[in-house]
Design a protein around this ligand. Sequence first.
Ligand SMILES: C[S@@+](CC[C@H](N)C(=O)[O-])C[C@H]1O[C@@H](n2cnc3c(N)ncnc32)[C@H](O)[C@@H]1O
Length: 281
Amino acid sequence: MNELFEEQFRFNLESSPNWEQGAAHREMITGYLIGMAGEKRGRLCILGAGNCNDLNLKRLLHAFSEIHLVDIDEVALEYAVQSQSLENESSIFLHKSDLTGVGQQLAAWGAKDSSADSNLTEIISQLSKPAKLNLPGSFDVICSTCLLSQLVHLAVKAVGDTHSRFEELMIAIRYQHVQTMIDLIGEEGAGLLVSDFVSSASAPDLLQIPDDQFEQYLSQLLSSRNFFHGVHPGVLLSLLVGNAPLANQVRDVEMLRPWRWNLGSRQYAIAAIQFYSLKRD
Ligand SMILES: C[S@@+](CC[C@H](N)C(=O)[O-])C[C@H]1O[C@@H](n2cnc3c(N)ncnc32)[C@H](O)[C@@H]1O
């Protein structure tokens, strides 16, 4: 049993009845993805799809010929298609997969005492390579939906954010994830990296703050270092622009306007970065 994954399964079970409250967040992501689909009705892949409360799959089926949903939690994926009455839809494909490839090692490391330091070296080295995902080919649009904070959370739970190598591990997870997205995009395809980066647990005014003050409020939170580990939107953007190693694989990188995600008991601020692949055959 993987304790780290079990926790994710519990989060998914608890948040599954969140369809109603998540409407505005779902509209944002679904709308951006439809805009990115273009004329072609290509193939869409969602990383961290979970319960898909953040995707209107029926609307997306008009814009894409195939939708591939990837997550470690196959129960959540099955719930996702059933709850949107799409369990018999032949254009939707469910893939159970650990997008880091190191989930088992991280859980094993977390379960042992911290003397197992050499394993951490191995885990970090494995993260410098793409995870073996066994997904069918490349995609026209790839979207990571509020997954990155959870990938970093796996490291927080396993190793602890005070460990001397936590930062190194977190940076490796983040870099691998963005590289995975780019690798999965086909010729002329597009990517949308959506990440929650702070919640009302540490920013209680998140829901009440008026729309016209929202961005300024978020800047203040970021300046006071009130955000989840590893997902500062500016740092995510910096991975894809300028002289960053990944920047020469993408074009037209754009930070979209932030929005709020209401998850019932908690609210989150969301950042999203859209980009296009430079791959040409
Ligand atoms: C915050 S949820 C995403 C929300 C989801 N799209 C929804 O609306 O229900 C993050 C998702 O990431 C998945 N996840 C966490 N670690 C993962 C990993 N290593 N590989 C693949 N998926 C993972 C969780 O199972 C969960 O479904």
